[in-house]
Ligand binder design. Structure first.
Ligand code: CU
Length: 457
């Protein structure tokens, strides 16, 4: 688990999920995904029964471009109902993949939407009612590279699989015969990157852009390289300016894009280190139950050769920051004991109604002194405006998932996609998927001004 066995362990080349660009027909991009069972060698020499999209484990990285229409078809070849949520995308509720849209074995689901948001790294994973954790745990997740057609940023690596590398990082527990242990808690003692343990990436360039997703069901991952690196994007796209850091904490569901400069002859080791200050938990014992004291090797990065491609410096401004409007509506969300505002998820209940365009202020609290929670809003992006009572490590930029440390209140400026539909809800929830499955989730419905929600039954 910790790095002490590093010199003796066997590495394998980092698998790169295939980039799936779909089929372009005019302005429409068509994708077909099949959720299926399979087998995969996650650990060398051990065959594990897995689930994946268009393959045995994980899924392809989907490429989408702003302004295009997406025609998606998802086939369910699993033995159980599922549905797929496009985490980070702003789209109509009919396409969002909430639990009301579950479809059964042998059935298909064909949502469509128009891509209308800035460039970012998003992802997709199942969102079935009370079963999201087990679907994601078995391997149903994949990345989304969203391109907004802007001019390339000088010095920013962008060749997929060469210098622009997706990393899906997650943990798991295995039974003695090498199968996913679904009965032994959701925090595992094995770290998996792009589907395998102990990966190694042979760099051929002097700079890498790593698009990192914490695809864990529950685990917080605190990443460090032993050298400073540069954050260029959070969940919902580029920062206004690059930020140099020593480490970055991702709660489950969060993404970050980092730029790493490599020196010939100097291999690097991406590591998951202990989360500082027990992530806000009161003591080491509680911290151990959430496994934020664990340490793992994540990825060996082999240095490039002397004549490898070099890059110009990153610009001081990555994107122009457009100041959002002033919010006119304020809402409060208190997370405690697997409930939000004292209620567990009820698919027939509308918790919040949004009847306007423009941003809102959401004050999100974690009222459990001894439990970790984070918070994800579907069909939205938000800025962190204030944190009281705790520390959120990286507050710059646009997010869709954020740490809400014990006893803290995080104030967010939330911009939702405005797609009025009184019949279907969007979700907000703790993205520690076992908490979500236990009911720590609520529903909001977007309507025209004056309209009432009328959920389909
Ligand atoms: Cu939680």
């Amino acid at each position: 688990m910790s790095g002490e066995t590093q010199s003796t362990k066997t590495t394998r080349p980092l698998p790169i999920p295939p980039l799936y660009e779909g089929t372009l027909d005019g302005n429409t991009r068509r994708f077909e995904l099949t959720a299926q069972e399979g087998e995969y060698e996650i650990m060398p020499g051990t065959v594990t029964k897995t689930w994946g999209f268009n393959g045995p484990f994980l899924g392809p990285t989907l490429y989408m471009r702003r302004g295009e229409r997406i025609d998606m078809t998802v086939h369910n070849e699993l033995p159980v109902p599922t549905v797929v949520h496009w985490h980070g995308l702003h789209l109509p509720a009919t396409a969002d993949g909430g639990p009301a849209l579950m479809f059964g074995p042998g059935e298909s689901w064909s949502p469509s939407w128009t891509v209308d948001q800035p460039a970012s790294t998003c992802w997709y994973h199942p969102h079935p009612h009370e079963a999201s954790a087990s679907h994601a745990y078995r391997g149903l997740s994949g990345g989304i590279v969203l391109d907004d057609g802007s001019a390339p940023i000088p010095g920013l690596p962008s060749e997929y699989g060469v210098d622009d590398i997706p990393l899906i990082v997650r943990d798991a527990n295995f039974t003695e015969d090498g199968q996913f242990d679904l009965d032994n808690g959701w925090l595992g003692d094995t770290l998996i990157v792009n589907g395998i343990t102990n990966p190694r990436f042979e760099a051929t360039t002097r700079r890498l852009r790593l698009r990192i997703l914490n695809g864990s069901v529950m685990r917080f991952i605190n990443l460090s390289l032993g050298v400073p690196f540069t954050v260029v994007a959070t969940d919902q796209g580029f920062l206004e300016s690059p930020v140099e850091v020593e480490s970055v904490l991702l709660t489950s569901g969060e993404r970050v894009e980092i730029v790493v400069d490599l020196e010939p002859g100097q291999d690097l080791l991406l590591r998951c280190e202990r989360v500082p200050d027990f992530a806000g938990l009161p003591d080491e014992e509680t911290a151990e139950t959430f496994r934020v004291t664990d340490r793992f090797d994540v990825l060996e990065i082999a240095a490039p050769s002397e004549n490898a491609l070099t890059y110009p410096p990153l610009p001081e401004t990555l994107v122009e920051f457009v100041e959002p409007e002033t919010p006119t509506v304020e809402r409060e969300f208190r997370m405690k004991d697997m409930e939000i505002n004292g209620k567990k998820m009820d698919m027939s209940r509308v918790d919040e109604v949004v009847d306007h365009r423009g941003p809102e202020t959401w004050r999100v609290s974690n009222d459990n002194p001894d439990k970790l929670h984070n918070f994800h809003v579907h069909n939205a992006r938000f800025l962190v405006q204030d944190v009281e009572g705790g520390t959120v490590e990286f507050t710059e930029g646009w997010h869709d998932t954020i740490d809400v440390p014990p006893r803290s209140t995080v104030t967010l400026l939330v911009e939702m996609g405005y797609y009025p539909d009184p019949t279907l809800a969007y979700m907000y929830h703790c993205h520690m998927l076992n908490h979500e499955d236990q009911g720590m989730m609520g529903q909001y419905v977007i309507v025209e001004p004056g309209q009432q929600p009328d959920l389909r039954s």
